[in-house]
Design a protein around this ligand. Sequence first.
Ligand SMILES: [Fe+2]
Length: 336
Amino acid sequence: MSRLRAAALAVAAILVPFAAEAAEQVNVYTYRETKLVQPLFDAFTKDTGIAVNVISASSGLEQRIKAEGADSPADVLLTVDIGRIDDAVAAGISQPINSAVIDEIVPAQFRDPNGHWAGISMRARVIYASKDRVKQEAITYEELADPKWKGKICIRSGQHIYNNALFAAYVAKHGEAKAEEWLRGLKANLAQKPSGGDRETARDVAAGKCDLGIGNTYYWALMLKDPDKKAWADATKVILPTFEGGGTHVNLSGVLLTKNAPNKASAVKLIEWLAGEKAQQIYADANYEYPIRAGVALNPVIASYGKLKPDPLPIAKIAANRKAAATLVDKVGFDN
Ligand SMILES: [Fe+2]
């Protein structure tokens, strides 16, 4: 090897790491499972050339971002549920996204009025009803407290974030006194102490322990393709409940731009890309979620539930009643 070529290689060896650092990148902290979000990030990198570095965890990400402070590498936090989104904003780790693209694509009810978060996909909280024992095809959330369902309803803990959001929506709509009465009625209709997860409510309906289970839309689709749980889906039908005079309670997976995002421009690009057609189709097909963007085809299993009419209550109003809902759950001894 000539000395010149050796020198050139040595320079290249030094430059490569710098080149890698100089390339555009974005750092994502996520509560979503890597297998769900990696296909999205791969497609984003392919489209834009921007590398995505992912840190995934099941808890504590906002505390971590807070602890990292001004040195935090996090640009974007991807999270699921109104409760977690709300906690992240309350932890002071976010800043307004300020994107006309997001404001145009994401309906106002699914965005923070202050711009700190945006919904990227939706899930609805619905009924898994026994195919054999439940004849009706429509139901209201209010009706779940009707004594006609006494001993027939299965649900997970009233303090789980999914139920907390549903109950908070009830408080936002009807006020605390009515919500308390409703929770007492629902509690009186339970077949068993709140337990398990959403899939287990379908399992218990399939086993005849209850006629109505409460669960999220994507779990039913996941059970259908899981050989171990397909029987639970087969024994049940999904009913999209509505609030009286309203629609079906939906919750969000959402995105936040971190307060100290070191790669802010790339982060906003990623956030906007996630609301784009390609990403929204991936959310719909791979995650069995409802796209936040209009005009994207639903996964056929999700479409089979019937047409979703999301309740028009702004998500921020639901978030504002989380604490009241949690207090009522304790007050009525819902989980006891
Ligand atoms: Fe879930």
